[in-house]
Design a protein around this ligand. Structure first.
Ligand SMILES: Nc1ncnc2c1ncn2[C@@H]1O[C@H](COP(=O)(O)OP(=O)(O)OP(=O)(O)O)[C@@H](O)[C@H]1O
Length: 408
């Protein structure tokens, strides 16, 4: 077996099981006698649970925040620092290293792993071809429980065909949106304790606009999203108008949320529900996960148009949990879009997706952008070549205060 190997996966694989098969030596027999460390979201979740249940704060972040109160990228950096600060083991298993990491963290990680690879064996798990580390000697896929060499297939990337042929389903109610701003942030600042996170942010989002929100790890992207979605208590003090309602004027969180469709790759974490695929989509009308009241005939009809668009009509009565990771994500986007919300928020949506499903996903997002009047805020560190936002709002951290924002 070559020294450093990558396992290139589709997102259909059961990751937890795969990690177990690798570390037990079932998939790579030479690992049976060796000791390794694991860099994976699964390890990270274990440390977060240790913090919450047992008050053990073993993994230190650069901000001294707990892992729970850290941004996604800060958590990943902290885990890597933690693993690399320990005495070297025989191998390191790296699972989807780049998700959530900003450009500079990605280059630093590359340098550190290159150095590490001189002393220890690296086993990488990747769902995107371009993530495969340069020093990897051989790339495998998993076929019928065994590793199979795939290097040649990787070099010839096939052009994907168009996936969505039907038009986007029409909304239940045609909103007269005009061109009034949906979102207005005026000199908005957020502090946690003494620490400034964002400073004097001014941002106006109008109907139908397609924005990408970018900025390095910890610059405040999720903080801004949580202000817009009404989930951040700091929003009460902020000068914001959300969907025509001035913040702090007696509005309920529901008044805000009914205008937003939200999708984040995090939504699938620990998702164990047994709802059918159809009821998952219908539940988007009711802002619930799962159905707790009867949908109307027209809601069922529109949900079925979405199922047709996704090519899932014939499997609509199957359990959502039966779907692959990529298809689950498409269903959750349809769920977020079924009510044609004025605003769709996509937070790191392609994390965990494989190459094929990222392409399909990008096609769906572009279709929503071009065929509906829904505005989109898309947050991602990855440059997805097929996703084409019109405008970029960039956060730049300021060493003496919080991040400032500018339109590019
Ligand atoms: N509840 C909290 N208490 C203290 N600090 C917090 C809390 N929530 C977030 N932070 C800090 O606020 C900063 C901004 O976090 P945020 O999640 O908004 O960043 P981000 O730009 O989304 O980062 P990433 O790209 O890594 O996801 C981070 O440094 C984070 O540690």
């Amino acid at each position: 077996m070559p020294k450093h190997i990558a396992i290139y996966l589709s997102n259909n694989e059961n990751k937890k099981l795969l990690l177990r098969k690798i570390t037990s030596g079932e998939l790579i027999p030479e690992l049976r006698r060796l000791k390794g460390s694991i860099f994976s979201d699964i390890t990270l979740n274990h440390f977060i649970e240790e913090e919450e249940r047992h008050g053990k704060f073993e993994v230190k972040t650069t901000t001294s925040n707990s892992l729970k109160n850290s941004s996604d990228g800060e958590r990943k950096r902290a885990l890597l620092n933690h693993l690399l600060s320990k005495p070297l083991l025989d191998y390191i298993l790296l699972d989807n290293i780049y998700d959530c990491l900003d450009r500079s963290a990605q280059s630093q990680v590359n340098i550190r792993l290159e150095r590490l690879s001189e002393q220890t064996k690296v086993v990488q798990i990747a769902t995107r071809k371009r993530d495969i580390l340069p020093f990897i000697n051989a790339v495998f896929s998993v076929h019928q429980g065994k590793l199979q060499l795939v290097d040649d297939t990787l070099k010839t990337s096939k052009k994907s065909k168009k996936f969505f042929v039907n038009e986007l389903p029409q909304p239940l109610i045609q909103r007269v949106s005009g061109n009034n701003p949906l979102i207005q942030l005026r000199n908005v600042s957020v502090h946690y304790g003494e620490r400034a996170i964002i400073s004097n942010i001014n941002w106006v989002i109008k109907p139908g606009e397609f924005w990408q929100l970018i900025g390095p790890n910890g610059s405040g992207k999720s903080t801004i999203l949580s202000l817009i979605s009404g989930d951040n208590p700091k929003g009460y003090m902020a000068d914001m108008t959300l969907f025509g309602i001035k913040k702090g004027s007696g509005e309920s969180v529901w008044d805000i949320k009914k205008n937003i469709g939200f999708y984040s790759s995090e939504m699938l974490r620990g998702f164990k529900r047994r709802d059918t695929i159809e009821s998952m989509i219908i539940s988007g009308f009711l802002d619930s996960i799962g159905l707790y009241s009867y949908p109307s005939d027209i809601q069922i009809k529109i949900a079925n148009q979405w199922l047709a668009l996704l090519g899932m009509t014939s499997i609509k009565n199957k359990s959502f949990s039966f779907l692959s990771g990529g298809h689950k994500r498409l269903v959750l986007i349809a769920r977020a879009m079924v009510k044609h919300p004025p605003l769709l928020i996509l937070d790191e949506p392609t994390n965990g997706l494989d190459d094929r499903d990222s392409y399909i996903f990008s096609e769906l997002v572009n279709k929503i952008a071009s065929e509906s009047n829904t505005a989109i805020i898309y947050v991602s560190h990855r440059k997805e070549e097929h996703i084409n936002p019109d405008k970029i709002f960039e956060l730049t951290p300021n060493p003496t205060g919080g991040s400032t924002g500018q339109i590019n």
